[in-house]
Ligand binder design. Structure first.
Ligand SMILES: Cc1ncc(COP(=O)(O)O)c(C=O)c1O
Ligand SMILES: [Zn+2]
Length: 413
C-alpha cells in the first residue's frame, strides 16, 4: 500500500516499545527485530489549550495529538467523545470518599469508549489505503466498527465469540456489515483474526494490524478528563482492563499533557480493574510478576474477558511506576457495583462499569486508594448492553391492580 501522500497529522514514525527500533509510518504493527508492539511517535507543534478549546465538541478537538489526517473532522465519522464527567458525590459518600468523578463513556454513539479507538483507526486506515474495517471483539468493539464503517460508507467484517450477550449481537448486526460469531473464546477469535489479516491485504483489523493507530484513540479519554477538570490531572484514576490498552493510553495522554505544558506537572496514580474470572493482570500484579500468565476467562464481564492481554505487561509498568494497583472482584461484586453506581448516581453502566466501581470500593477499603484524594473512574459502556447481568436482581417493587386500594395495601406509600 502506497503511503507517499499520506497525511497522519503530527505522527512522525513508529517505534518499538521493546527495543526502540524506529520505522516509517505505514500499515505495520510488530517490530521486525524483536516482534515487540509498535507505538506512534509524534512531533507536536502549535497545540495549545486555546487551539483545543476552539475545536469541535468531540475527539477531533485533539486531532493535533492523534495520528489522523488534518481534515479528519470533515470526513463522515461517528464523532465520538466529549462525554460527560459527572461529579459523583453520592457514590463518594457511600464509599467514604471526598472528591469522586465518573467519566461516563456510555454516552458515545454506540454506547462505549470503543467509538474513540475505532474513529482513530478508521481515519488512519483510510489514509493507509485499507478498504475494509474489521476486528475481533468481545462485543463493544464489533458494535463500534460496524457503525463507523456504515457511517463512512465502507464494508465492515467483525468477529466475536458466539456466547456474547444478545443485546451486543443485535446492536452490532443492525448495521448490516459482515458479522461472524465464532465458536470459541475471545483469544480464539483474536488468533483467527490475525490469520485472516495475513491473507486479506486490504482489511484493517483495527486492533490487530492497525493497532498502533487504534490504541491512540484511548488517549482522548485522558485529554478530556484533564480538560473537563479545568486543565488539571486527578490524583487517582481507576480504569477497567481487558487488553490493557485503554489504561496505558490514558497514562500516555497525561504524560503528553504534562510535557506540552497544558497541565501542571504533578504525581497521579493509575489503578486497573478486572473481574476475578478473568484477572491475569491483577494476578501478576499481586504476585509481583513482570509477565502476565494467560487464563481461560469465566465471568459475566464479557467485554473484559481477554485471557491473554496484549498490553498486560505495560499495565503493570504504568501501575507500578505511578504507585497504583490492579484489583479484581467476583461476579457478585460486579452486579453490586452496577447497582451501586445506578442507585447513587443514576448512571447505568455495563458489567465493565460494575467491575470498575466494585474495584474502587475494594481499593478504598483495603487502603490502596486514598479516599481523600481526587479520583476519577471510567464507566466505559452502557448497561443496556448487558441486561442479563442485573435482570435477576433488578425487579419492580410490586405488581398491583390499577386501584388506590391495591396501592395502599402494597405498603409502598
Ligand atoms: C466496555 C469496555 N470497557 C473496557 C474495555 C477494556 O479495554 P482494553 O482492551 O483497552 O483494556 C473493553 C474492551 O473490550 C470494553 O468493551
Ligand atoms: Zn523491537
Amino acid at each position: 500500500m502506497a503511503l507517499d501522500a499520506a497525511d497522519l497529522g503530527p505522527a512522525t514514525s513508529l517505534t518499538c516499545r521493546e527495543c526502540g527500533e524506529s520505522y516509517d509510518l505505514g500499515p505495520r504493527y510488530a517490530c521486525e527485530q524483536c516482534f515487540g508492539p509498535l507505538e506512534i511517535a509524534y512531533d507536536f507543534t502549535g497545540v495549545t489549550r486555546a487551539s483545543i478549546e476552539a475545536g469541535p465538541r468531540n475527539i477531533w478537538r485533539y486531532r493535533g495529538l492523534l495520528p489522523v489526517p488534518t481534515n479528519v473532522q470533515d470526513t463522515p465519522n461517528t464523532e465520538p467523545g466529549f462525554t460527560r464527567l459527572v461529579r459523583a458525590d453520592h457514590l463518594a459518600e457511600s464509599l467514604g470518599m471526598q472528591r469522586l468523578w465518573v467519566k461516563d463513556d456510555s454516552g458515545n454513539p454506540t454506547h462505549s469508549f470503543k467509538d474513540r479507538v475505532v474513529a482513530v483507526a478508521l481515519a488512519a486506515a483510510r489514509e493507509l489505503g485499507f478498504k475494509v474495517l474489521a476486528c475481533p471483539s468481545t462485543g463493544n468493539l464489533a458494535n463500534a466498527v460496524a457503525a463507523a464503517a456504515a457511517r463512512a460508507g465502507i464494508r465492515s467484517a467483525v468477529f466475536v465469540p458466539s456466547n456474547l450477550e444478545q443485546q451486543k449481537i443485535v446492536t452490532t448486526a443492525v448495521y448490516g456489515g459482515t458479522f461472524v460469531t465464532v465458536r470459541g473464546n475471545y483469544d480464539d477469535v483474536n488468533r483467527l483474526a490475525s490469520e485472516i489479516a495475513g491473507e486479506q491485504d486490504d482489511w484493517a483489523f483495527v486492533n490487530v494490524n492497525v493497532r498502533p493507530y487504534y490504541a491512540e484513540g484511548s488517549k482522548t479519554l485522558g485529554y478530556e478528563i484533564a480538560e473537563q477538570l479545568g486543565w488539571r490531572l486527578p490524583d487517582q484514576i481507576v480504569v477497567p482492563v481487558a487488553s490493557g490498552s485503554q489504561l496505558t493510553k490514558i497514562d500516555k495522554a497525561f504524560g503528553e499533557l504534562i510535557k506540552l505544558g497544558l497541565v501542571e506537572d504533578k504525581p497521579y496514580r493509575v489503578f486497573g480493574a478486572q473481574a476475578t474470572g478473568c484477572s491475569p493482570v491483577a494476578a501478576a500484579f499481586k504476585a509481583g510478576h513482570e509477565v502476565v500468565r494467560p487464563v481461560k476467562p469465566d465471568t459475566i464481564a464479557k467485554s473484559l474477558a481477554i485471557g491473554n492481554p496484549a498490553d498486560g505487561p505495560y499495565v503493570l509498568d504504568v501501575v507500578r511506576r505511578t504507585g497504583g494497583a490492579v484489583e479484581d472482584v467476583t461476579d457478585a461484586e460486579v452486579v453490586e457495583g452496577i447497582r451501586l453506581l445506578a442507585g447513587t448516581e443514576g448512571i447505568f453502566g455495563e458489567t465493565a462499569g460494575g467491575v470498575t466501581v466494585a474495584c474502587l470500593r475494594k481499593l478504598v477499603s483495603s487502603g490502596a486508594l486514598d479516599p481523600d484524594a481526587e479520583t476519577v473512574i471510567i464507566n466505559s459502556g452502557d448497561g443496556l448492553k448487558t441486561l442479563d447481568a442485573v435482570a435477576p436482581v433488578a425487579r419492580p417493587s410490586a405488581e398491583i391492580a390499577p386501584s388506590l386500594e391495591d396501592f395502599r395495601a402494597s405498603g409502598l406509600a
